[in-house]
Design a protein around this ligand. Structure first.
Ligand code: DSN
Length: 414
């Protein structure tokens, strides 16, 4: 019996239940993944206790010599991973990273150009319910109705019309490649800074199988827990010119003490991502995502933009007479975890949505290969075509149980 189970059985029971849920489910939430045991060990280490406000060699507290070692390791590994000039590993989350960029370069009311949330953007790219949409004047671009690909002509027209200080290239539900070079050309025409928010794609980028923003964007933000398979957290990469302003904006501008335990776990994650096996993993993430899209298309389902170049795909479930919300509930009832999502030009509200977003980082970390992914797609098809048929749902539930038993969960089973 562990210390936690003896001292706090309620918390311990919830943790064990969550581990079981993760083991027994097929997690297809595009932003989730499983970290290694090494990442978890670093995250649970004694760095939890250490205050280290400032940066390596310039701290406000004594006793930071090992915190410096950890932060420098994380910075250097991250720079090596992306071939970047400058790295800040302190942002606590993706929104915190974007906040620091906005705080460095914008005054309230300044104009920013970002992608519409309902076309695949992110809350912190100017949604009216986020502080970003309330403090700054966000103008939004979207995708073309015919191709469901980013409308670069619209991006350019809006940039010329509104002269934003920052243009954001990045998304949380856009399955295709983003042309960072084209974004930079547009940004240069209007004197804007290009911010690439690659929270979703950073693992694929590190492995060289998604467009690289580093040669094009002056500033890059990302989380670490998605395709990158690290702890919950974020980072910012910049060119030399923007490094000092960003560092100052992260601390003391937008954050206090860095979470040194998470920075230790980020350092472990970046080292894992530098290994050759990480590239194989990311290739498999993409292969699995394409296999699911292909298999769902074979059974007559519509995939937004007709496919995917990344770890995620969007399925339009209205062709089956259902909604994103109802599909998600039915899939959850058999142990398949996805999220309801709007699709471009959606007629339904965001809480219901016409689509589901499916992602393959987590199942690939468990070792799912292409045929397993096709198998999962067929199960998804069965559920969505038989939402009220208990017999079919029971049979898929049992298939999911059989499948999940054969794949260990990193960080829990190994
Ligand atoms: N909530 C994340 C996602 O699911 O994409 C983005 O912050």
């Amino acid at each position: 019996m562990g210390v936690l189970s003896a001292l706090d059985p309620e918390v311990d029971a919830a943790i064990l239940a969550e581990e079981k849920r993760q083991k027994d489910s097929v997690i297809l939430i595009a932003s989730e993944n499983y970290t290694s045991q090494a990442v978890k060990e670093a995250q649970g280490s004694s760095f939890t206790e250490k205050y280290a406000e400032g940066y390596p060699g310039r701290r406000y507290y004594s006793g930071c010599e090992y915190a410096d070692v950890i932060e420098i390791l994380a910075q250097n590994r991250l720079k090596e991973l992306f071939g970047a000039t400058h790295a800040n590993v302190q942002p606590h989350s993706g929104v915190q990273a974007n906040t620091a960029v906005f705080f460095a370069y914008l005054k309230p009311g300044d104009t920013v150009l970002g992608m519409r949330l309902d076309h695949g953007g992110h809350l912190s790219h100017g949604s009216p319910v986020s502080f970003t949409g309330q403090y700054y004047n966000f103008v939004s671009y979207g995708v073309r109705e015919d191709t469901e690909l980013i409308d670069y002509d619209q991006v350019e027209d809006l940039a010329k019309q509104h002269h934003p200080k920052i243009i954001i290239a990045g998304a949380s539900a856009y399955p295709r490649q983003i042309d960072f070079n084209k974004f930079r050309e547009i940004a240069d025409k209007v004197g804007a800074i290009l911010l690439a928010d690659v929270a979703h794609y950073s693992g694929l980028i590190a492995a060289g199988i998604y467009t690289d923003p580093v040669p094009h964007a002056q500033i890059i933000t990302s989380t670490t827990q998605k395709t990158l398979r690290g702890p919950r957290g974020a980072f910012i990469l910049t060119d030399e010119e923007h490094s000092a302003a960003i560092d100052k904006s992260v601390f003391p501008g937008a954050q206090g003490g860095p979470m040194m335990h998470t920075i230790a776990a980020k350092a472990v994650c970046f080292n894992e991502a530098l290994q050759p096996s990480f590239k194989e993993y990311q290739q498999s993430v993409l292969q699995n995502s394409r296999a699911i899209a292909d298999e769902l298309q074979k059974i007559g389902m519509r995939i937004v933009s007709n496919g995917t170049d990344s770890h995620l795909l969007l399925v339009d479930v209205t062709t089956l007479g259902t909604t994103g919300r109802d599909s998600t509930k039915a899939l959850e009832s058999v142990g398949i975890s996805v999220n309801a999502n709007t699709i471009p030009f959606d007629k339904l509200p965001p809480m219901i949505g016409s689509g589901i977003r499916i992602g393959t980082p987590a199942i690939t970390s468990r070792g799912f290969k292409e045929e397993d992914s096709r198998n999962i797609a067929r199960m998804i098809g069965k559920v969505l075509q038989n939402l009220d048929n208990e017999e079919v749902l029971n049979s898929v539930r049992s298939d999911v149980m059989d499948l999940t038993r054969t794949f260990p969960v990193p960080g829990i089973d190994s």
